[in-house]
Write a protein that binds this ligand. Structure first.
Ligand SMILES: [Zn+2]
Length: 275
């Protein structure tokens, strides 16, 4: 098993991990099968071009949506992207809102995470040495700034900061859980933002979460609570503009990284070699 793509594999500088509605925004797509020490990623990676930038796309749940949030091969996805040369990652996803201020159709760009998952593999550094990355600010500041500026220009209802609670799922929250999260001042709730963000940090990648609000979570919603139908309906209505936004953010990302992310592993003795 090799962690490297074949010598002929096309390189990419920017990675997108998102729903399968994102294939169509790349030109001249080449599909690459990448194996990793953590198994294969969710699906072959589509590498293509967008406005002169080389972009690699992974459908987070698999092309046929076969991986529920707790079964996504998060480690393989990030490792595979890095092995293709990716250093900046954009991660669009659907989330719930924990505040009536952010209704369906809002774009959230969180600056904090609360991890309420359990049992997911959330590190590459399991043996040989203790590696403790800083995670006090879990997202790339340059990526967040670029995304917020782009979304504002495009006229999105924007929450340019906030705390994303990541629950284990696949069920939605109870009203009590949801009210508890909201009472802490946390604003967004999803199922895939962790461990994606921390794995990106462990590979010294820039990672920016783009959260499309599809519903109000159970604790603040008056009716029957979150339903999958509602989530899919709002997501379907907004997928086109979300795709456009991701494309515009790709174009606006800096060519050279001047954020702290590339230095996340400085001074640490790594028990494995990064791709
Ligand atoms: Zn960064």
């Amino acid at each position: 098993m090799s962690s490297q793509p074949s010598a002929a594999a096309p390189a990419a500088e920017i990675g997108v991990i998102g729903g399968s509605g994102f294939y169509s925004f790349l030109d001249d797509i080449e599909e690459v099968r990448v194996d990793t020490p953590y198994g294969p990623p969710s699906d072959p990676i589509a590498v293509g071009e967008l406005a002169g930038r080389r972009v690699a796309f992974v459908p987070r749940h698999g092309r046929d949506h076969r991986f529920p949030p707790h079964r996504i091969p998060y480690r393989a996805n990030l490792w595979a992207l890095r092995s293709l040369g990716v250093r900046q990652v954009l991660a669009p996803s659907a989330v719930g809102s924990l505040t009536p201020r952010y209704g369906p159709g809002t774009l959230g760009i969180p600056d904090q995470i609360v991890d309420r998952t359990s049992g997911r593999d959330q590190t590459y550094y399991e043996h040989g040495a203790a590696v403790h990355v800083s995670f006090s600010d879990p997202y790339c500041p340059a990526g967040r700034r670029t995304a917020a500026g782009t979304a504002k220009t495009a006229g999105w209802d924007l929450a340019d900061r906030g705390t994303l609670v990541v629950i284990e799922g696949p069920r939605f929250s109870t009203r009590a859980e949801s009210q508890w999260f909201a009472a802490q001042g946390w604003t967004l709730i999803g199922m895939t933002g962790h461990p994606e963000a921390v794995l990106a940090r462990e590979l010294a990648l820039c990672y920016t979460s783009l959260c499309l609000v599809t519903d109000l979570d159970a604790g603040i919603e008056e009716g029957e609570g979150v339903t999958m139908d509602e989530v899919l309906r709002v997501f379907g209505e907004n997928i086109g503009r979300l795709r456009t936004l991701v494309g515009d953010v790709v174009k606006a990302l800096p060519a050279e990284r001047s954020c702290p992310c590339p230095n996340a592993l400085d001074g640490m003795k790594l028990p494995l070699e990064l791709p």
